[in-house]
Design a protein around this ligand. Sequence first.
Ligand code: FAD
Length: 416
Amino acid sequence: MVLFEDRVIPIGERLKPPAEAAGPIASQPVPERVDAAIIGGGIIGLSIGWRLAARGMTVAVFDRALAGAGTTLAATGMLAAAAEHEPGGEALLPFALDSQRRWPAFRDALEADSGIGIDYRAEGTLVAAQNRDEVARLRFRYDHQQRSGLRVEWLNGTEARRREPGLRASVAGGIFCPDDHQVDPRLIVPALVRALRKRGGHLIENATVTGIEASAGRATGVTTQNGVCHAGTVVLAAGVWSADLLRPHGIDIPLRPLRGQALALRTTRQTGTLSHIVWTEQIHLAPKGDGRLIVGATMEETGFNSAVTAGGMLALLEGVHRIFPSSEEMEIEAIWSGFRPTTDDDAPILGNTPLPGLLIATGHHRNGILLAPGTAAAIEEMVTTGRAMETTAALELGRLLRPSPIPHVTGATACN
Ligand SMILES: Cc1cc2nc3c(=O)[nH]c(=O)nc-3n(C[C@H](O)[C@H](O)[C@H](O)COP(=O)(O)OP(=O)(O)OC[C@H]3O[C@@H](n4cnc5c(N)ncnc54)[C@H](O)[C@@H]3O)c2cc1C
């Protein structure tokens, strides 16, 4: 079970794609007109909604299930701009670093607006290697990170184990990434919901957006089961489900689900825990303030199959046992899976679309938590000034657009 604000979401529910998990028709009324209508109440849609509402705009965020119940609540919460960086990630790096730098101020504002602490932990991330081959591969990664100007520190095995004495003696080297912090998505979601509402924004859950309204070649609002909401700007932030709403407008984006399975272990005084996030080639381990140790995550091309599998769990448990032996005694508290919204180049899609009045913020792949403050700032900039931030210029939709097999349609359309 997952505790979420005053509600309890059974894990099984969260495993389903929102279309299946959607509850009854929206009980909250749909506002007739807002400045910004946001499709999707994951971390991306909620962050954008909250920041726009904080600027005094009228905002409605629509989610077809419960806020966070798409991919966001499946995330570990790592803000790993450095540890994630590898060859090929150059286009994303400036934006990832920009968003990482924004996190402390974002946290302060979010905690102040919501009154909810989000378990921001700044101990940093340790990437560990356990044999000669792994050390060689990690050294290559380290050299690349250094050339990219990242703040990273090479550790020999003794130094790595000094930082984390519970790791196996086989640890032979590591990289310490002091700026790669973490937060807890299970606290961020209720915090964003409360902060959005405090700033006067609407969150309308169990409200599927069935179409993006358009008139005279411009987006003018969204259609839901409970009626139309007219909007000056529509922001599409429906995670991995975003492509469905674009197709009727002749826009085809390469977005696919990349399944990640994960589990939570319960640490105790007897088992001990870690003080940093620890990565190996197989897994990551993230100790949370409430005593959970998150073990993640598989990377699987399985379409929208949300199953938690024996093979997935075996890979995670083998991975954790190989690096952190005292995990043997820990209780398994929860298991789950989620779908990373992944594009062809693993970078998000941010900014304008071919339909004026419709902005897009999706495709955040493994980094939606890291990239939330930057994404909210980028969309805020576009809505208020019409300009893209320098760091998001390389992330516009145009780089990925492909011809749509469905003819262009104007006027109100429906999908799903
Ligand atoms: C196992 C795992 C671990 C991860 N760990 C990390 C991590 O440590 N750090 C990190 O930065 N990232 C991590 N990620 C990635 C991160 O979770 C995602 O990038 C992020 O959650 C994407 O957020 P989102 O708001 O775009 O999508 P979502 O959270 O999926 O939100 C989209 C929302 O849109 C709603 N929706 C869809 N269609 C409609 C519609 N038609 N009408 C209304 N609503 C609709 C859905 O219900 C959903 O709530 C992880 C992902 C996985 C799977």
